[in-house]
Design a binder for this molecule. Sequence first.
Ligand SMILES: [Mg+2]
Length: 248
Amino acid sequence: MSGIKCFVIDLDGVVYRGNELIPGADEGLARLRKKGRIFFTTNNATLHREDYAEKLMRLGIPASPYEVLTSGYVAAVHIKTYYDDPRVFLIGEEGLKRELEEQDVEVGQRGCNLVLAALDRGFNYNKLALGLKYINNGSPFLATNLDNVLVSESGLLPGAGAIVSALQTASKKEPILIGKPSDIMADFILTKAGVKPEEILIIGDRLDTDIAMGKNFGMKTALVLTGYNKERDLRDSKIKPDYVLDKL
Ligand SMILES: [Mg+2]
């Protein structure tokens, strides 16, 4: 792995499952820190970057909010940059709302002109109906991520993709994807890292997000087998990482 200057590390399924540290992840991270710069990236937009940094610290891993890139933060910056006077109808949680508000993006229920869908554990039919109304009125439809599930300490839970699919089915519209493997997320990472793509090693547990994005943008990739994808998935997949590791 010579020539790597920056490590971009996924969280769910790599560093922790739910609230449990994956054994050895703390030591692995300490070693990587000596070799280059570190960013943590997650498609999970439920928490604010500060909350992720605190969660990592609680698990014994040094981390600053400035090292954390979430699909929620990138969504907020993207909306602020590319849409005029956005007023967001949000299907999502408090941490994401805070990211939007910190970028001076309005979030509301009425008079919205953009729909942002993310993981929302309070998702219900009413939210689906309002989201559909705004999309049918011509509002752009954005999704933080399309992960079908997330890896928790007690097994798999439905991910944001399951919620986005409901809106997609109702509206027959494709969302603009913000998180991995999108070019929006890749551009954001490359700008933050400030190094060449081939000087970045992206480490993740999902072939269709972490590894797919890394491959599409010329980064080096490592799949860890502590999360979603297992060795048998690797055999059946066209997406082949540069490295496969038992754990971080
Ligand atoms: Mg993951």
